[in-house]
Design a protein around this ligand. Structure first.
Ligand SMILES: [Mg+2]
Length: 107
């Protein structure tokens, strides 16, 4: 079992333990992804790329960013489960589409 599968199973058992299934519908999970992505974006609000490149050396700041990235991923895992979508397979397939699109423009 890979690490992603392991954490998926742990997320699902936490969901069951907490009784969150009733809240986990596609609309609210999609909303949650956007809200967590907004929290991620908030970490960079008002900062220039230069300021960010300096601030990123602060371990606490980087951990806050890491936590928001994780929140987005957690909701992606829950949403893909509810929709019975294999998340990794979806990424692989979309990557292939993007590669083909990119190669087309540059051939
Ligand atoms: Mg968050």
């Amino acid at each position: 079992m890979n690490n992603l599968e392991k954490i998926r199973l742990e997320l699902f058992s936490l969901r069951q333990e907490m009784g969150w299934e009733k809240f986990h519908n596609p609309k609210d999970l999609s909303l949650s992804i956007v809200l967590e992505a907004s929290e991620l974006l908030e970490k960079f609000q008002w900062l220039s790329n230069v300021e960010i490149s300096i601030k990123i050396n602060d371990e606490i700041y980087l951990k806050e960013i890491s936590d928001e990235i994780a929140d987005v991923m957690i909701y992606l895992i829950y949403l893909s489960d509810v929709l019975k979508i294999d998340l990794l397979q979806a990424v692989v397939e979309k990557h292939e589409i993007n590669k083909a699109r990119f190669n087309k423009g540059h051939s």
